[in-house]
Design a protein around this ligand. Structure first.
Ligand SMILES: [Cu+2]
Length: 160
């Protein structure tokens, strides 16, 4: 995969995010860029999700090794795997961020799992999550809370 292809994909993603990209607060640490972070409305005690785009603009690979938030008892890194006709979530120990590439955490794929929400996540709010990277260190990102059934960040973003 060439750098040109990766870069074009990143630009396309930014254009597609539109309004929500402006609402979500981007974060950056070392060569890593975090953008379009969002979650869904959920009740206290429930399990929440976390989606975002991670881009490694550097020349060395990195890995997202953990995450934490005061809004949940714990945060797990999850992926989806196909078992027969069913997609199931499975915890992973880290999310690889290859040099010069973009990795998307999105519905049906990699995501953060916010276990045991300490308070309800309300649409329009923001949730602070600290991401811990193996090489780059830690950075805090704000997840924009979208509607409970949202499949993409835009679907909630246009309502407010
Ligand atoms: Cu999960």
């Amino acid at each position: 995969m060439s750098f040109v292809v990766t870069r074009r994909a990143a630009l396309g993603a930014m254009a597609g995010l539109g309004l929500s990209a402006a609402q979500a607060q981007d974060a950056s640490i070392g060569p890593l860029r975090v953008s379009g972070a969002w979650t869904r409305a959920a009740g206290a005690g429930a399990t929440g999700v976390g989606y975002m785009t991670l881009r490694n603009t550097g020349t060395s690979p990195d890995r997202l090794v953990s995450a934490r938030t005061p809004a949940a008892r714990s945060v797990e890194l999850h992926t989806h795997v196909r078992e027969g006709d069913v997609m199931r979530m499975r915890p992973v120990s880290a999310i690889d961020l290859p040099a010069g590439q973009e990795v998307r955490l999105q519905p049906g794929g990699l995501h953060l799992m916010l276990i045991g929400l300490t308070a309800p996540l309300r649409q329009g709010d923001r949730v602070a999550v600290t991401l811990v990277f193996e090489r780059a260190g830690e950075t805090e990102v704000q997840l924009a809370v979208e509607a409970a059934g949202a499949r993409t960040p835009q679907s909630g973003g246009h309502r407010h």
